[in-house]
Design a protein around this ligand. Structure first.
Ligand code: OSB
Ligand code: MG
Length: 369
């Protein structure tokens, strides 16, 4: 296939509910979208980089710069076999994985359309439905959190993940466990704790959490492996895992027992599949993380989650938890059993609402062959 043109857009979308993590509060998203035109078709990719370089060193403005000056020019006008051959074409550019993933994922979408197969199937997916959990941000009060959890459990979600930080951890877990002793419950620290906190973290074993996500530094394996030896609860790594080699190192060092795969964080579907396979071969379950995506990134997450080793409920949840109105049709919905049905139609299985995207666009660029 040959790409004729690539359009970059920045869209601005207010979140339906503010989202607070240990690194800050997000009330609206600035999102870079990649639209590729090739073979008479159009395909889309979403860049999950945030507004600030707080989750990782990428942010929308660095992604935009690299996308426009380095990535798009390497892809337009050249013969590309499919999504799986994109990493090689972008290899000379180091890092910038979220920016790269937006392009690679769009090419996979295009390939699925051309081959008339569902994107999930093209990636190697086998699941017809995926189990869903929710990530609940830090709330203004513990009471508000309890209300949120109640709402999400009533909606059917199978696992509750609580964002945590010092002052919003042990007392919160205790309160939630007293009310719901048996639910699948986990927490995500987004790298806020340090070695001085190890004893405090060890005391969380009493809450029988399914996992503790990324408690220590965002770029660490070694100290996570020390922590994992000290606690019974499984550690799950998110930020630290950038690629398959990281996954192998983390698994061999016993830095974690579970891996969160985010397709943007690892640079695209090819590497996400490689991490999935490496974990599967070693008996490590994975689940699909989220980055407050619009429908375009959400559809990618649904397709990826259909791979067999995505055996734990992920952070892929309904569009309406994030947006008053999404940019795809139909929106992503979750059943009363807390499941998403994986589309069986060709491509992503969703239609991109270009009319709505047009209204939300605040910046654009076109790169032609
Ligand atoms: O660490 O998983 C994370 C959101 C933004 C940045 C990082 C993370 C998150 C979430 C929300 O936990 C996941 C989602 O519901 O999209
Ligand atoms: Mg996380």
């Amino acid at each position: 296939l040959k790409i004729d043109r690539i359009h970059l857009r920045e869209i601005n979308m207010p979140l339906a509910h503010p989202f607070e993590t240990s690194f800050g509060l997000t009330t609206a998203r600035r999102i870079m979208l990649v639209e590729i035109e090739a073979e008479g078709l159009t395909a889309w990719g979403e860049c999950v980089a945030g507004e600030h370089p707080y989750f990782s060193d990428e942010m929308i403005d660095t992604a935009w710069l690299i996308a426009e000056t380095e990535l798009a020019p390497r892809l337009v006008g050249v013969e590309i076999e499919g999504g799986g051959s994109v990493p090689k074409l972008l290899e000379q550019v180091r890092g910038h994985r979220m920016a790269k993933a937006a392009f690679e994922n769009a090419v996979w979408d295009l390939e699925a359309q051309m081959e008339d197969v569902p994107l999930g199937k093209l990636l190697g997916g086998t699941r017809e439905i995926i189990p869903c959990g929710v990530s609940i941000g830090i709330q203004p009060t513990p009471e508000k959190l309890m209300e949120k959890i109640e709402t999400e459990l009533e909606a059917g979600y199978q696992r509750i993940k609580l964002k945590c930080k010092p002052g919003w951890d042990v007392s919160i877990f205790d309160m939630v466990r007293k009310r719901w002793p048996d639910i699948l419950l986990s927490c995500d620290a987004n790298s806020v704790y340090r070695l001085k906190d190890i004893d405090a973290i060890a005391a969380w074993d009493q809450f029988k959490l399914l996992m503790i996500e990324q408690p220590l530094w965002y770029d660490d394996f070694y100290f996570h492996s020390m922590l994992q030896k000290r606690i019974e609860t499984a550690i799950c790594l998110d930020e630290s895992i950038r690629n398959r080699r990281d996954a192998l190192a983390a698994i061999d060092m016993e830095s974690c027992r579970i891996i969160n795969i985010k397709v943007g964080r690892v640079g695209g579907f090819t590497e996400a599949i490689a991490v999935h396979n490496a974990a599967q071969e070693r008996g490590i379950p994975v689940w699909c993380g989220g980055m407050l995506e619009t429908g375009i990134g959400r559809a990618a997450n649904v397709a990826l989650s259909s791979l067999p080793n995505f055996s734990l409920p992920g952070d892929v949840s309904a569009s309406k938890r994030y947006w008053a109105e999404d940019i795809i049709e139909p929106e992503v919905t979750v059943s009363k059993q807390g499941e998403i049905v994986v589309p069986t139609t060709a491509g992503s299985g969703f239609t991109v609402r270009t009319d709505r995207i047009e209204k939300l666009t605040v910046r654009r660029a076109t790169i032609s062959a």
